[in-house]
Design a protein around this ligand. Structure first.
Ligand SMILES: Nc1ncnc2c1ncn2[C@@H]1O[C@H](COP(=O)(O)OP(=O)(O)OP(=O)(O)O)[C@@H](O)[C@H]1O
Length: 227
């Protein structure tokens, strides 16, 4: 589902953020990416999204060699990926339902009824069916992140990428979000989670890939938080 081969990425400033990174993630895996600040985790996620061009090497995501994707193709490719960020990134002027339904409009689901049905199903899955009309500023951080997950999943992407999804949440809400990501995984989605949360990474006992100064220094089947 995801294959990186000898990937290097050097920013225009000269910073080498990814150094000879190779990894393979199979369909349906759940993987944590860990590493200290500046180790290249966000850069790695951005390269998988096709947001950053790599300097050398090869990346394949969902059967596509990213080097061969044109600007015009990029939005179609992105439909296969859901993304969740630390800071939620909801649209403040839209309510919960509208935030999720918009993601369907953007990819061209033309039937209003279909958009409504899919959005409601996702909001039910994340436990927010009762807050459809609330605006983001009326929700707790945990609730906002749940909306963001519903939005990321409403188009049923093959892969969900989550960059520090619990970074702004207290331990209780963090665990709620991890449970949800587990549910998403159980639907058959390949899930990649960047996390700084040692407790969560250690307790989940999933595959853990560690980055250190742009290099993959460990890849453990059922790992813990190594530094
Ligand atoms: N746009 C950019 N231009 C130049 N250098 C960058 C840019 N973005 C990141 N870097 C540098 O690349 C390296 C990797 O950064 P990255 O943000 O990928 O790390 P990270 O592991 O996600 O860190 P954090 O946990 O703090 O978010 C760092 O040295 C950073 O300073």
């Amino acid at each position: 589902m995801i294959r990186m081969q000898n990937v290097n990425l050097v920013y225009p400033t000269g910073t080498a953020a990814l150094k000879d990174c190779s990894l393979e993630i199979a369909k349906g895996e759940f993987v944590f990416i860990v590493g200290s600040s500046g180790s290249g985790k966000s850069t790695l996620i951005k390269t998988l999204l096709g947001e950053l061009a790599i300097s050398s090497g090869r990346i394949e995501v969902a059967g596509k060699n990213l080097a061969n994707i044109s600007r015009r193709e990029l939005p179609y490719f992105r439909r296969r990926l859901g993304v969740v960020f630390q800071e939620f990134r909801l649209l403040d002027e839209m309510n919960v339902f509208e935030n999720v339904a918009l993601a369907q409009r953007v990819v061209g689901v033309s039937s209003r009824e279909k958009r409504r049905k899919n959005s409601l199903a996702m909001l039910e899955m994340v436990g927010l069916a009762k807050k459809l009309k609330a605006y983001p500023n009326e929700l707790s951080g945990g609730e906002q992140q749940r909306v963001a997950i519903a939005r990321a999943m409403v188009n049923r992407p093959a892969i969900l990428l989550a960059d520090e999804p619990t970074g702004n949440l207290d331990p209780e809400n963090s665990w709620e979000i991890m449970k949800l990501l587990q549910d998403v995984h159980e639907l058959g989605t390949t899930v990649l989670v960047v996390s700084h949360n040692e407790d969560i990474v250690n307790k989940m006992q999933k595959r853990v890939i560690t980055l250190h100064k742009g290099q993959i220094t460990s890849d453990a089947r059922q790992g813990g938080y190594l530094q």
